[in-house]
Design a protein around this ligand. Structure first.
Ligand code: PLP
Length: 421
């Protein structure tokens, strides 16, 4: 498996080894996590295929425990933008692990964190240069909400229908993607969140600003279906938020770190936010996230006098920070050009196949005919890993090393899967 290979299937997908492993998961993992085919679900009309169980991955290829080789058009939820197991990222992480795996967050930092925060300040737009690290996207959004409360004294948040900002309790109330995610917990989620229509008139935002400290948007709604913002709209709503004394935050957890062909998507939409959240591709596969703000906004936290007001055990994990530095090097030294080249090839090929590509760079979706869940399963059976995006399309967030041959192979597989519907 080289990372640029086409699918090679040795068994049906999922194969027997995957199914045996999933049987064990079914006994020992919370049943809400891994969807699988069960008689009870089938009786309820909810039919799920068993998943494949991953064994290894490199570049754009994944191998499962049955020895099937697949092509990953998701980058593992958008994480492996530079490719799975990029050699520079693995080398940096290994070198760091040989020296120091864990330091002490807010008490005693290590050098990899120092260098990473300095580097992030250089690539972030405008005067976004003061960071608060986390491990997940939810952590970064959580930090943005707390920062906005401290900086403005207002606890309300405005987000948008179809938005997705993570599922941890502090941020759960912000998502407008699926009400079922929030419904059981609604009494204990953030109580002052207003969800406005995506692309609404800025006057609608202005009318909803009472008590709001943070207006938050994804530059491209990812999980909600790869919807770009109308031209100039993000800048307009940022201006409205600021005029009402609130901060404007961009959730660049999925769009950031080069995914759209630029370090961050906000500036080409004409906006530099007060707070920017980044995660997913940040550390080339290691769990790391960050909320970056202006010095003025971040000063609202005050100065630590010993016990940090916001921290966690693994804050600034050395291996993640070293991997992030290596991933930034990769993108700076030819990676961004490769992202743009692959994006053009992907978009042109999708369009040449008579389909519509929605999105920007390597953050997009292809509109399809038929049931998108059934289509994604049919593609999995052929060795292509894709996720549905909204109700009418499949999400395409591949690694930058995806080849033209793989793109052509995917389009042929999509033709076949659609014909089968
Ligand atoms: C735009 C956006 N924000 C936040 C999150 C949540 O990130 P995590 O799952 O790492 O908490 C996601 C995850 O898909 C995302 O796409």
């Amino acid at each position: 498996m080289t990372g640029t290979d086409l699918p090679v299937l040795r068994t049906d997908v999922p194969g027997p080894a995957s199914q045996a492993a999933v049987d064990i998961l079914a006994r020992h993992e919370c049943p809400a996590v891994t969807a699988r085919r069960t008689r009870r679900a089938e009786a309820l009309g909810v039919v799920s295929d068993d998943p494949i169980v991953w064994q290894s991955a490199v570049g754009a290829n994944v191998q499962d425990v049955d020895g099937n080789q697949l092509v990953d058009l998701t980058s593992g939820f958008g994480v492996a933008l530079v490719g799975h197991r990029h050699p520079s990222v693995v080398r940096a992480a290994n070198q760091q692990a040989r020296k120091l795996v864990h330091a002490m967050g807010d008490a005693w930092p290590d050098l990899s964190r120092v260098l990473l925060l300095q580097r992030l300040a250089r690539i972030a737009p405008g005067d976004l240069e003061v960071s608060l690290l986390g491990l997940s996207g939810s952590d970064a959004i959580d930090a943005a909400i707390k920062t906005a409360v401290l900086a403005t004294g207002q606890t309300g948040v405005i987000t948008f229908e179809r938005s997705y900002h993570g599922l941890a309790l502090g941020v759960l109330g912000l998502q407008g993607y699926k009400s079922a995610f929030t419904a059981p917990f609604v009494d204990i989620t953030h109580g002052q969140v207003t969800h406005l229509p995506w692309g609404c008139d800025p006057s609608v935002v202005a009318q909803a600003m009472a008590g709001v400290g943070l207006g938050l948007a994804e530059p491209i709604q990812g999980r909600g279906g790869m919807h770009t913002a109308p031209d100039g709209w993000l800048a307009q709503i940022a201006a409205v938020a600021r005029a009402h004394g609130a901060l404007f935050g961009l959730d660049e957890i999925q769009t950031g770190m080069g995914r759209t062909g630029e370090w961050f998507a906000g500036p080409s939409d004409g906006v530099v936010p007060d707070l920017m959240c980044v995660g997913k591709a940040l550390a080339g596969g290691y769990p790391l996230s960050v909320c970056i703000g202006t010095p003025e906004v971040m000063s609202a936290w005050g100065t630590s006098t010993g016990e940090a007001l916001h921290t966690q055990t693994f804050l600034g994990h050395p291996v993640g920070c070293a991997a992030a530095l290596a991933s930034i090097d990769v993108i700076e030294n030819g990676g961004m050009a490769q992202i743009n080249k692959t994006a053009i090839a992907l978009q042109r090929s999708i369009q040449a196949s008579g389909r519509v590509f929605r999105g920007r760079g390597l953050m997009g979706a292809v509109t399809t005919q038929g049931d998108v869940l059934a289509l994604s399963r049919a593609l999995l059976r052929r060795g292509w890993l894709v996720l549905p995006a909204g109700i009418d399309s499949l999400s395409l967030t591949p690694p930058m090393c995806l080849t033209q041959e793989q793109i052509n192979g995917f389009i042929n597989a999509l033709d076949a899967a659609e014909a089968e519907q």
